[in-house]
Design a protein around this ligand. Structure first.
Ligand code: UDP
Length: 370
């Protein structure tokens, strides 16, 4: 008789794994989620104005992974959206990552030109330099620039987002938004970018739409009494082990939604406030799919610590302490047979959507060949 698989969590990781097991191995898959909806934190819905709202904040699909793009494209068409992020620096609207255009937006032309020439003399064009590396400058002008970017783009934003200053956050996190020696103003340079035309929830729904897959919402792992041959757990790995070594820390986010009686509130889908206010950024969702409405909906994003029962897990906090704690759980996990952990919470990794899908596709190959 075919194997029965239980998948905990109906986000991208769980849905990808479910689809592969169901169609390639022709096995039965039960997918459960404690929430009342599928999609995990990529869940979106159309509100009564017809605007597609990303309930858990802006999600932009971007990837260089051919296999992931092909897999996604089986379940949706994409628009040709290329994400830009506007930041308000010194009251000036400009783009980040900090690039040559930003230079000319925020500095007088003569200074911008001098800095541009020095940058071109010292760095290869189109190189991305993490801010923590960019700060290591000897030249007086470039040192001034590095301090400016650190202060105006990273320092306050990162303190709001992570509760600590950029030097105390894992370098990989701030390196996601480098200093970009380029005129390219886009947020991502990936070959494939876009927003699924009918939203993310529909993509997941299509992935799960297979006769071998049974979906149960509002269902906790403890509620499952029947037996299964393999378990794929995309929930928090520390929760699975009853927090026996302690809790893995996360940052959470609180979105304050506001509706306005005007077609647009701001000039872009995402506007960052690295220097002002207590929120980090404002999302205006109608931009993503060009939704037509005389009203608009925005969400102000406030970061906070994750506390169980109070808010949701969003971002694992990469540092030495959490890495040590995670490795204890991982060691326990490796002792189990036919139990697999994946996803941001299962692997305790700051995955983007494409990386979460890729991890599920790779794990599927391992399981298939086991
Ligand atoms: N960051 C920053 N200023 C910005 C944008 C990003 O300091 O205007 C830093 C911040 O530490 C943030 C990290 O870069 O957590 C990664 O940003 P990204 O936009 O990739 O985060 P996500 O969209 O995943 O929340």
């Amino acid at each position: 008789m075919a194997n029965v698989n239980l998948i905990v969590g109906a986000g991208f990781s769980g849905a990808t794994m479910a689809r592969k097991l169901a169609e390639e191995l022709n096995e039965k898959v039960i997918v459960i989620d404690a929430k009342s909806h599928i999609g995990g934190n990529s869940y979106d819905y159309r509100d009564n104005n017809g605007i597609m709202i990303h309930k858990y904040g802006s999600h932009i699909f971007h990837t260089n992974l051919e296999n992931v793009w092909q897999f996604m494209s089986r379940f949706t068409k994409f628009n040709t959206y290329m994400h830009k992020v506007i930041a308000i620096i010194d009251g000036i609207e400009t783009t980040i990552p900090f690039n040559f255009r930003t230079l000319y937006d925020v500095f007088p032309e003569t200074l911008a030109k001098r800095l541009e020439e020095k940058l071109l003399a010292n760095f290869e064009y189109n190189k991305k330099i993490p801010i923590l590396e960019f700060q290591k400058q000897d030249d007086k002008d470039l040192k001034f620039l590095a301090n400016y970017v650190y202060e105006k783009v990273f320092l306050h934003y990162t303190t709001k987002q992570w509760g600590v200053n950029p030097n105390e956050v894992d370098g990989a996190v701030t390196a996601r938004v480098p200093v970009y020696i380029s005129c390219d103003e886009r947020y991502f340079q990936d070959k494939y970018q876009g927003i699924p035309l009918n939203g993310y929830t529909e993509v997941i729904k299509e992935m799960l739409n297979h006769p071998n897959i049974e979906l149960r919402l509002n269902t906790k792992f403890e509620d499952i009494k029947e037996s299964y041959d393999r378990l794929f757990y995309t929930g928090p790995i520390d929760e699975y082990f009853g927090y026996k070594f302690g809790e893995l820390p996360y940052r959470s986010v609180n979105f304050k939604m506001e509706e306005y009686d005007m077609p647009y509130y701001q000039s872009n889908a995402c506007v960052n406030y690295p220097c002002n206010y207590d929120f980090t950024r404002i999302h205006e969702y109608k931009y993503y799919l060009n939704d037509y409405s005389e009203k608009t909906v925005i969400a102000k994003e406030y970061s906070e610590f994750f506390e169980r029962g109070k808010n949701e897990r969003y971002y694992p906090i990469p540092n030495n302490e959490s890495a040590k704690l995670y490795s204890k759980y991982k060691e326990e996990a490796d002792k189990l047979s036919n139990v697999y952990f994946l996803g941001r919470l299962g692997d305790y990794k700051y995955y983007d959507m494409d990386k979460a899908i890729n991890r599920a596709l790779e794990l599927f190959e391992e399981v298939k060949n086991a």
